[in-house]
Each structure stands twice: as C-alpha cells, then as structure tokens.
Write a protein that binds this ligand. Structure first.
Ligand SMILES: Cc1cc2nc3c(=O)[nH]c(=O)nc-3n(C[C@H](O)[C@H](O)[C@H](O)COP(=O)(O)O)c2cc1C
Length: 247
C-alpha cells in the first residue's frame, strides 16, 4: 500500500548536478530542524552540523573529497560531525568525570550523526531539493577539522550536497530482500549466495545500460574489488587524536 512518504523514500537516488537556484533560508531551517528530530541514543544528540555556503570553503572541501566537483557546485554543503565536545562541556558544567574512551561511544556518535543526516536528506527531498552524501571528506579529516575549526571530540563523518536537481539519474537496484531481510533467524548461506548471483545479473544489466557498455561488472564484483584493499587507515589515528583514547 503506497502513500506519499513511501513514494518519497522509494524514489531515492543520489543527485550530483544542481541548478544555480539558492536554497531559501526558511527551507534550510526546516531541514536542519528535521535533522534534529532524529532519534538519538540515550538522547545524547552527539552530532553537529556545519552549514557551508562559503564558496572558497566548498572548493577546498571538494578537493579534500577527491575533486568531487559537485561539492563546490552545490549551493549548500552540510558537514555532519560526530560530536562529544558539547557533552564534555556538560561534564565541565557539573564537574563530573568524562568517560568516552570506549569504542561504543564512537558507534553511538556515528549512528546519531547518520540518523540526523538521513533525516535532513529526506526533509530536503520533500521540498523538491536533491542531494548526495559525501564520505570523501574523510580522505583528510585533519584538513576538514582545520578548515571548519572543529574542536576536540568531534569527527567529520559525512558531507551532504544539497540543491535543486539538474538531473534525474536512474535508480540503482538494491540487493534482493532475500539476502537482506531475515525472519527470526539469519538465512542459510546458500540462499544468500543464490540471491547475490541474481543481484550480480540485475546490477550488471543496470550498469551496462547506464554506461552504454563501458562498465559491465555488477555489484558483487564491484564490492569484491572494493574490499580487496584497505581504505582510510588514518581514521583510527584521527579519532584518537581528537580525544577518544579508544580502549
Ligand atoms: C555515508 C555515505 C557517503 C557517501 N559518499 C559519497 C561520496 O563521497 N561521493 C559520491 O559521489 N557519493 C557518495 N555517496 C553516495 C553513494 O555512492 C550512493 O548512495 C550509492 O551509490 C547508492 O546510490 P543512490 O544513492 O543513488 O541510490 C555516499 C553515501 C553515503 C551513505
């Protein structure tokens, strides 16, 4: 049974080209309020959102993200940061110990941040805006920290380009439910592998059609290649440097 929210969610695609139309401040305010209405683990609300509309800063962020031009081209770029700095201030106000060194806290703050980010994207889309999340800012979190003057106990988790769409890309097919959804217990490996084989065909057809045959490999092959080497090994050191002395 369909409704407007379901239609909005199921029409998701990342959009990387925007018109030059600015995002009205009242709409941006509603989007940011929606981000804040995301649920939060123990209500710690352990995230901050930096609104970047300064063209020079967007350009620097675009380079940090690996020359992703749409970061500079989007009228607004949001940087979603995991944030325990504000919580440290609460402990200073009450002169209590500040215990954040378990990896659990990094999970808590990253999850809170992601939930806020997705709320923002959905709210933006409800106003006819589109966007794309940008993990590329984690290529150099130290540079992002310096550029945005982020304090200790904050971690830039993802950016988000937002703007009025100037393209309508095809939707990327998702993994079949048979490999993702489990009832009461995890499915046997054979069922998952069978679904993955189906998905390889479906996704290969998609990429072949979308790229006119330039890219033919499907999702399983792409992921196998993606996972064949380490990525962003510097993140652990950055997390520790920001104050989380992970136990
Ligand atoms: C946390 C996160 C980080 C992402 N980082 C990037 C990025 O740096 N550059 C980019 O072009 N897309 C990025 N994406 C978008 C994904 O590539 C995209 O969501 C995925 O390919 C599925 O496509 P779709 O969103 O169009 O359905 C990111 C998505 C997420 C959730």
């Amino acid at each position: 049974m369909r409704n407007d929210v379901v239609d909005l969610l199921q029409s998701h695609r990342s959009v990387r080209r925007y018109t030059e139309d600015p995002i009205p401040q009242d709409i941006l305010d509603e989007i940011l309020t929606c981000a804040q209405w995301a649920p939060s683990s123990h209500h710690v609300q352990a995230y901050s959102i930096i609104v970047v509309d300064d063209q020079k800063k967007k350009k620097v962020l675009s380079e940090i993200a690996g020359s992703q031009r749409y970061v500079a081209e989007s009228p607004i770029f949001l940087v979603f940061c995991a944030d325990f700095y504000r919580l440290k201030l609460t402990t200073e106000m009450w002169n209590t110990p500040f215990e954040v060194n378990e990896i659990e806290n990094v999970l808590v703050t990253a999850v809170d941040t992601a939930l806020a980010a997705e709320n923002a994207l959905i709210a933006a889309r409800s106003y006819g805006l589109e966007g794309v999340m940008i993990g590329g800012i984690r290529n150099s979190p130290e540079e992002v920290k310096d550029l945005l003057e982020l304090p200790e106990y904050t971690l830039p988790i993802m950016g988000m380009c937002l703007g009025y769409p100037a393209q309508k890309p095809w939707q990327k097919p998702r993994t079949p439910k048979q490999a993702v959804v489990h009832y009461n217990k995890y499915r046997p490996k054979e069922e998952i592998v069978a679904s993955l084989k189906d998905y390889e065909k479906i996704s290969s057809d998609y990429y072949t059609r979308r790229t006119g045959g330039v890219r033919t490999e499907g999702w399983t092959k792409q992921m196998a290649i993606y996972l064949s080497k380490p990525r962003r090994r510097h993140i652990k050191d950055f997390i520790i440097k920001q104050g989380f002395n992970l136990e």
